[in-house]
Structure formats: structure tokens, C-alpha cells
Design a protein around this ligand. Structure first.
Ligand SMILES: [Zn+2]
Ligand SMILES: [Zn+2]
Length: 92
């Protein structure tokens, strides 16, 4: 069995069937690394890693958690309202 800690990669004799790391320390290091990877990924988004708007391709604000920019979001809601108004006029 090879230690699942990529920085260790040592061969070891597992004591339990689900042991993935040679030592508790390796387990801790690998878990920390996973958490830090997630953290840096989120940090990159917050720092403005390029995320284009789905509709107009404008770069999204780092505070924007949706896939489209605020301008498109607004025009979309206006469009929806127009649709509803048109519908109401038709039946009215
Ligand atoms: Zn190890
Ligand atoms: Zn947009």
C-alpha cells in the first residue's frame, strides 16, 4: 500500500482495510492540503479569476455568485415582466 499523501508516497503496511496514509500525520497533512486547495480555488474566484457572463461575456464581478452579470440579470427581469404584461394584455 502506497501512502495517499502525494508528498510522502511511502510504502506501508495498512493496519485497517481503509487506511490510506502511513501515519496520522500524513492523514492530517493530506486533509489540510485538500482544505487549502479548496480555499485557494475560492480565493481565485474572489480575486477576479476570469468568469465571463453567460449572455454578454462581460467579466463577472467577484461578488456575483450567478452565471450572468447584473446588467443581463436586470434586462432579463424586464423581459420577463414585458412578457407577463403582453400576456395580460392579450387576455385582457
Ligand atoms: Zn505517508
Ligand atoms: Zn451580461
Amino acid at each position: 500500500m502506497i501512502c495517499a499523501n502525494t508528498e510522502c508516497n511511502k510504502e506501508f503496511e495498512p493496519k485497517t482495510h481503509n487506511q490510506k496514509y502511513c501515519t496520522d500525520e500524513c492523514c492530517r497533512v493530506a486533509t489540510n492540503k485538500r482544505i487549502m486547495d479548496k480555499y485557494y480555488e475560492r480565493k481565485a474566484i474572489r480575486n477576479g479569476a476570469a468568469r465571463p457572463c453567460k449572455k454578454c461575456k462581460a467579466q463577472l464581478s467577484r461578488y456575483n455568485k450567478s452565471n450572468i452579470c447584473s446588467v443581463c440579470e436586470k434586462s432579463l427581469s424586464i423581459e420577463n415582466r414585458k412578457k407577463i404584461m403582453g400576456f395580460l394584455n392579450e387576455i385582457g
